[in-house]
Design a protein around this ligand. Sequence first.
Ligand SMILES: [Zn+2]
Ligand SMILES: [Zn+2]
Ligand SMILES: [Zn+2]
Length: 130
Amino acid sequence: MHIPTEKKREIVLNLFELIKKKWEVYMPLSGDNKFIILKTVCSKCGANWYVDEKECFSCKMRYLRAIKCHNCGKIVAEENLRHCPNCKSDVGIRGCINCNKKGDGQFVPITFCSKCGNRKNKFEWRIISF
Ligand SMILES: [Zn+2]
Ligand SMILES: [Zn+2]
Ligand SMILES: [Zn+2]
């Protein structure tokens, strides 16, 4: 198979766009310009299912990348783990800002749709060619 450089560039850019839209791209089928693309979506509303998002194991609240400072009780962004912007101290162990529980395995991959709350997902897949 010989594809001109310009065409290759175009394919790569197209694949990039798909990845940005949460598609996972699999290798070309039998050397063609064909790709299998796959993504996880909500079985009810079809919204993207963010497999990299997390929820609290105890109360099921979505993990918002925020933590509660154990010193002053203020809710701050996760980047401030070592330095609370409010009281300037160590924020402490990150726990759930809703139920305050913390520990190993406190946050697990999300089990519900961030759009409609449905708890079932499915794979959507297509074969595409450029
Ligand atoms: Zn603080
Ligand atoms: Zn919780
Ligand atoms: Zn949904």
